[in-house]
Structure formats: C-alpha cells, structure tokens
Design a protein around this ligand. Structure first.
Ligand code: SAH
Length: 263
C-alpha cells in the first residue's frame, strides 16, 4: 500500500489552535506519531487511529530520531494516511528535515501542514506584537540549544542587529544566555518576557530584563517556555506593574496582559 505522510503542526498547546486542515487530516489518519508536547485532546482528534507517542521531554527517554524516520517510512507501507504530529509549527525547531529526507529517500509522498508556533502564541497572549511600527522591524527565531554531537553554529551572530528575538529552548542556562546576549551588544536593560505554557490554562508570563534574566532559575518556570527579547517588551508604566520587574508575574498571565491593555 502506498500511503502518504502528513507532517502536521499541532499548534502551541491549546487543542483549538490547530489549523482546520490539520484537524481534518488527523480525523482521516490511520496512524499518528505524536510529540510529548502535543495536548491529549489534539491527539484525540485522530479518532480511532493508532496512536504512537514518540519523544519525552526534559531528561526522559527520547525516542531516537532515526527510529522515528524509519517508523514513518514503514508506516507508509502499511497505512494509507500517516500523521506525524508536532508541537507548534513543524518547520521551526522540529527536526523535520530529517524526516523529510528519510521520506524522500524512500519515495514516500508527504505534505506539510503548518501550525501556530510558540512565539506567535506568546505574542498574542501578551498582547505585544513582535513587530511594531517605529520600534521593531525585524524578528529572529533562534535557539542556543545544541543537540548532542552537533557543531556549534553562530546562532548569536546578528542578534544585536535584530529588533525582536524569539528564543526557543533557551531557559536551560539563563545565566550563560544573559551573559552571551550582553557580550554581543544587547544592553543589560533590554526588556524581555518569558512566556511558559502559552495558550494553556497553566500559562505564565514574566516580564524582566536581560540582566535580571540571570536569576530565572529562582522563578521556577515549569513547562515549555519561550523567551522574547526586545524594546517591544518594555513594560508600560501603570499602577500595578510600576517598579515590579523580575518578580512581576502572575500564575495565570491574563491579569498581566489585561492590566497593560487597560492602562
Ligand atoms: N516547533 C515548535 C518548537 C519546538 S522546540 C514550535 O513551532 O513552537 C520546543 C520549544 O518550543 C520549547 O523549549 C519552548 O521554547 C517552545 N514552546 C513549545 N511549546 C510552548 C508553549 N506552550 N509555551 C511556551 N513555549 C513553548
């Protein structure tokens, strides 16, 4: 049987932030390989398809990428519609190139369904655009994280020339990150926002600065988090937030963004 593989973006977390196309493909799927960050309700959109978890976060057992590549190819021989469901958008920090290469090498047809990436969901939730007229005209999506055995890339090159940074997988070593960004020309007072669990009820927003970011460990951020850096994230002065910086977070980030909007 010649199946097709869909590489589908599940969106940032909330099950209703998948695209209609993604949901339709899932509803037709015969087998789904899904990432650890994908919400169970999103996986459930696949109805009675076979559901195979691949990947666990944070030091857990990580399914070997080569195993996933092989599984997709093999599944395409047994099933008509195979879905590889990935968090956010599959084309950003999703290791999707390895899967594409494997599928192409074996002549397996595939299609990519985009998704809402974490940075865009975080920006929406904060109510702060990544680009703003007169303030920010450029955005860089980057990660300081390197996989095992990877060669260092110059990820930090050009950072100081970008107005807004969206840094994925970046809070593991906030002390080093804060120092690296400052060493590459970003002022210590550059505003930053940490957004954890964006789009989910457990979301959390922390407004801070590059210098204060070095204390991030003390804030005990849990779950996946994205770091947004740039002038756009400067806190507007209002009664609630004035003077409060590193510790100015609220468990359900709504309060924070609401107070800014009402100011
Ligand atoms: N392809 C995904 C990114 C995968 S890398 C996307 O487009 O969003 C995993 C990283 O994404 C996490 O370390 C974190 O930086 C970010 N991330 C994923 N889900 C998130 C969420 N719900 N809230 C905040 N950041 C998230």
């Amino acid at each position: 049987m010649a199946g097709i593989v869909y590489l589908v973006g599940a969106g940032p977390g909330a099950p209703d932030l998948i695209t209609i196309r993604g949901a339709e493909v899932l509803a037709r799927a015969d087998i789904v390989f899904y990432d650890a960050l994908v919400h169970p309700e999103t996986v459930a959109l696949a109805g009675c398809a076979r559901k195979v978890p691949v990947g666990k976060r944070c030091g857990g057992i990580v399914t070997d990428q080569r195993f996933i590549n092989r599984s997709l190819v093999e599944a395409s021989l047994q099933y008509r519609i195979v879905v590889r469901l990935k968090g956010g958008d599959p084309m950003l920090f999703g290791r999707v190139q390895e899967e594409i290469t494997a599928l192409e090498q074996h002549g397996v047809p595939y299609e990519i369904v985009p998704g809402v990436t974490a940075a865009l969901a975080a920006s929406a939730e904060l109510g702060i655009p990544l680009t703003q007229r007169g303030l920010s005209r450029s955005v860089t999506f980057a990660t300081p994280r390197m996989g095992v055995g990877q060669k260092p890339t110059g990820w930090v090159r050009g950072i100081s020339a970008t107005d807004t940074l969206a840094l994925y997988m970046s809070l593991g070593n906030a002390v080093e990150l804060s120092a690296t960004l400052q060493a590459h020309g970003l002022p210590a007072a550059t505003p930053a926002a940490i957004v954890a669990n964006t789009s989910l009820p457990t979301r959390r927003h922390i407004r801070t600065t590059l210098a204060e970011l070095a204390q991030a460990r003390d804030w005990e951020v849990e779950g996946p988090a994205i770091l947004l850096v740039g002038a756009a994230f400067r806190e507007k002065t209002n009664a609630k937030n004035a003077g409060a910086k590193g510790d100015a977070f609220c468990k359900d980030g709504f309060e924070d963004s609401l107070s800014v909007r009402l100011a």
